[in-house]
Design a protein around this ligand. Structure first.
Ligand code: MSP
Length: 481
């Protein structure tokens, strides 16, 4: 079996914030689960940057740089940011790369040959922030884009259109036949209702765009950035649309871009004679301390800075553990610090340290013989896996910490350091149970705390002896001043 995971490709007009990191970390964590289950060679993970956008032109201009210079710098920034926070992607695609440009032109041509692209005049309101046309009814009371709070541009130009309206029925059939095509259920309902309400054709070229991929049928137009961007999922997959990975594709996206991924993209593929993605998972949006992240509010959190301070595993588990994948939520630095202090340093870190130190002290580091608990361990690993396969990342993280808590409870209740002085055999039994819990945790950590997992394995030693205790999570001064 194979699996192919993608994140959205991100706009490069700014550096990554924790909203982007949330999506990328969630995907990376799912990827790690599947790599462990299926073997690394059977899972492919693609991320990248969406570059052919007016935002690129505006941002480069603002910085006084050429587009090419700006793109080099920003694509490198995104790539390095992901590497810095421990994202282990297999490939990083940039939409200005030739492999992508060629694929966009090829797919465009196939759709054109099908008769699904035609030229027409268009007048509409365009928001560059969203890179999309808005209807008058979408605007807020000031006539601005409700997301960007800026007035849309009035565009009047000749555009090429994609016959999206032709695909309502085929799309509904796709949804009916593939219950997992879009998850969670709330998004599925929202999108199928949207399709049922009737689809309009969409403009897929820009006559006035300063930057982008030229249409293969008319060089004076550029391909609309979304039509271009979605195709990255095919340009970046080994074997292309005919390969084994594409058949098992899973797009992880934020709910804001569901229509593009679950209406336009599958329709484009149906038109091009390519099977749509197997699954799309749309996660929720989160606020920071109850407010939308924004530069003007000054509450934009950098994942790179947070990870530099607390470690990559803390960022991963802290973010993904804040609210259930698929739901909306909130991130607060106070809660994050509490999570670090209580769950990581005081919870799992302290547990490993105490148990191993005690085994050194009372058993000379020798591992006690234990009753076979393989069945129990297998059961726990299985439950952990089931949570992942059901898209419950927070559920899996909570499950992990429930094992940490149960081990800490055993330790505090049985007090093996006292028991060892009166009944060493009874103490050995307690240590054996605790060691097995640590083994399970080390195993699960490969997925949710991947940088700590090898340290845990080292501490757990070999068949006969435990290793040297090590501090896994330094206590930090995280208390409120
Ligand atoms: N370039 C397009 C995607 C093209 S995919 C073919 C785009 N890029 S983006 O840079 O704006 O990133 C969007 C994604 O970032 C969202 O879909 C979501 O996954 C993530 N998030 C951005 N802000 C977020 C939050 N506040 N909360 C959760 N996720 C957030 O759209």
């Amino acid at each position: 079996m194979k699996k192919y995971f993608t994140t959205p490709i991100y706009y490069v007009n700014d550096v990554p914030h924790i909203g982007h990191a949330y999506c990328t970390l969630a995907t990376d964590t799912l990827v790690r689960y599947w790599r462990k289950k299926l073997g690394r060679e059977n899972v492919f993970f693609l991320t990248g940057t969406d570059e052919n956008s007016q935002k690129t032109v505006d941002a480069a201009r603002k910085k006084g740089e050429s587009i090419a210079e700006y793109l080099e710098e920003m694509a490198a920034n995104w790539r390095q940011s992901w590497e810095a926070i421990g994202i282990d992607f297999d490939d990083f695609i940039r939409t200005t790369e030739q492999r992508h440009v060629k694929m966009v032109q090829q797919i465009f041509h196939t759709i054109y040959d099908r008769g699904d692209i035609y030229k027409d005049k268009y007048t509409g309101l365009y928001c560059t922030g969203c890179e999309t046309f808005l209807k008058a009814s979408d605007l807020d009371e000031n006539g601005n884009c409700p997301d960007h709070k800026t007035p849309p541009q009035k565009l009047q130009e000749e555009n090429y259109f994609f016959r999206l309206s032709k695909y309502s029925e085929p799309l509904l059939k796709l949804y009916e036949e593939n219950p997992s095509f879009l998850q969670p259920e709330t998004r599925r309902k929202e999108i199928t209702n949207f399709i049922r309400s009737g689809l309009e054709d969409v403009s897929i070229s820009r006559e006035t765009a300063e930057f982008g991929i030229p249409l293969p049928i008319d060089e004076s137009h550029k391909v609309y950035v979304w039509f271009d961007a979605l195709i990255n999922y095919i340009s970046g997959v080994p074997g292309g649309a005919d390969g084994d990975f594409w058949k098992e594709s899973v797009h992880i996206i934020g709910k804001d871009i569901t229509r593009f991924h679950c209406v336009i993209w599958p329709a484009m593929l149906l038109s091009a004679g390519i099977k749509p993605a197997k699954e799309v998972f749309a996660h929720g949006f989160f606020t920071v301390d109850g407010q939308k992240m924004s530069k003007s509010l000054g509450n934009v959190v950098s994942p790179v800075e947070l990870a530099a301070q607390y470690g990559n595993d803390a960022l991963r588990a802290g973010l993904l553990g804040s609210f259930e994948f698929g739901h909306d939520g909130d991130f607060s630095l106070e809660n994050f610090k509490g999570f670090y202090r209580m769950r990581l340093a005081g919870g799992v870190g302290n547990l490993f340290h105490r148990v191993i130190t005690l085994i050194h002290k009372f058993l000379d580091g020798e591992k006690p013989k234990s009753e076979d608990q393989t069945a129990e361990m297998q059961k726990q690993l299985q439950e952990f896996g089931q949570l992942f396969e059901a898209g419950k990342i927070k559920g899996a993280i909570d499950y992990y910490f429930s094992i940490v808590d149960s081990a800490n409870e055993i330790l505090n209740k049985e007090e093996p350091w006292k028991l060892a002085k009166t009944d060493i055999e009874a103490a050995k039994k307690v240590f054996a149970i605790l060691l097995q819990k640590l083994e399970v945790l080390a195993e699960m950590s490969q997925v949710i705390l991947p940088e700590t997992a090898p340290k845990m394995k080292k501490i757990l030693g070999d068949e006969k002896k435990v290793g040297i205790p090590e501090i896994l999570f330094e206590q930090k001064n995280t208390r409120k001043a």
